[in-house]
Write a protein that binds this ligand. Structure first.
Ligand code: NAP
Length: 251
């Protein structure tokens, strides 16, 4: 396995939003970077960060394998599995793409890359879930379910890898100001419209600190987000489903 001069970080979904800010955090802290996303916008981001860009569709096994082939045999110090989409419940094609990206590719990439980290006896993994893991999501049902999947998978992975020198941290952002809602046609919802949102740079900063500290989970970034998550965990599903459904219903 080739040792880079600087620690190597791989960030998926790094062309915008939280992933872009995570990539900036790694860059600021002296990491060599491989960044992945699907669309052409990745090129400008990779150039600006002095990173190696890998343009792949991670919703497909071939895309996951292509990214893996680009980084295998190089020691990956930090891996941020962050690429994700949301989908309205009335868009079946996008819901199925969401399952492929948010769930299937998460497992596929995590298994391929953490096997190499475990063999090397070190590494840090950040998995981007969401505070919506804590409640059902009418009108974006598959999205909330995918984030419950991501959190559970991430914590299990942490326990599987803890004796192999690999630390796994689950990131749970609240509503964050990124293009994710517009891409899914959710601008007409309260969540995708005028609801207050956290800054992706603050989410990324708190995520980076938690990753480096080896924490199990981090809810980021604002006090409102942390309080929402805490309250959601204690309220019955019937209540949280009603409230979250009001925020995600197309108007
Ligand atoms: N924004 C929020 O309120 C919020 C809250 C909690 C959790 N999250 C999670 O945070 C993560 C990042 O989301 P974001 O809000 O920062 O949204 P974003 O700005 O839309 O970023 C999503 C990233 O994923 C990439 N991506 C999407 N489909 C892909 C595919 N098929 N193959 C490869 N890359 C793909 C996008 O690249 P392309 O543009 O090239 O497709 C982009 O770089 C997601 O997992 C999301 O679920 C977001």
């Amino acid at each position: 396995m080739t040792e880079p001069h600087r620690p190597l970080a791989v960030v998926t979904g790094a062309s915008s939003g939280i992933g872009l800010e995570l990539a900036r955090e790694f860059s600021r802290h002296g990491f060599e970077l491989v960044v992945a996303a699907e669309d052409d916008g990745l090129r400008a981001v990779a150039d600006a960060l002095g990173a190696e860009g890998v343009q792949v569709d991670l919703a497909t096994p071939a895309g996951v394998e292509e990214l893996h082939a680009r980084v295998r045999h190089r020691h990956v110090t930090a891996l941020a599995l962050n690429a994700g989409i949301t989908a309205r419940s009335d868009d079946l094609d996008r819901e199925l793409e969401l399952v492929d990206l948010n769930c299937r590719s998460l497992v596929h990439l995590a298994r391929l890359l953490t096997a190499e980290m475990a063999a090397a006896g070190r590494g840090r993994v950040l998995i981007t879930a969401s505070i919506v893991e804590a409640f059902p999501g009418p009108h974006q049902a598959a999205y909330n379910a995918s984030k419950a999947f991501a959190r559970s998978f991430g914590i299990s992975l942490r326990h599987e890898l803890r004796d192999h020198g690999v630390s796994v941290t689950v990131l749970e952002p609240g509503a964050t100001d990124t293009p994710i809602f517009a891409k899914a046609g959710q601008e007409t919802t309260i969540l995708g419209g005028d609801m207050p949102k956290d800054e992706p740079s603050e989410v990324a900063q708190q995520a980076f600190e938690a990753l480096m500290a080896g924490r199990e989970t981090v809810v980021a970034a604002s006090t409102l987000t942390k309080a929402t998550h805490l309250v959601s965990r204690f309220l019955p599903d019937a209540v949280t489903a009603r409230v979250s459904g009001l925020l995600t219903k197309p108007r």
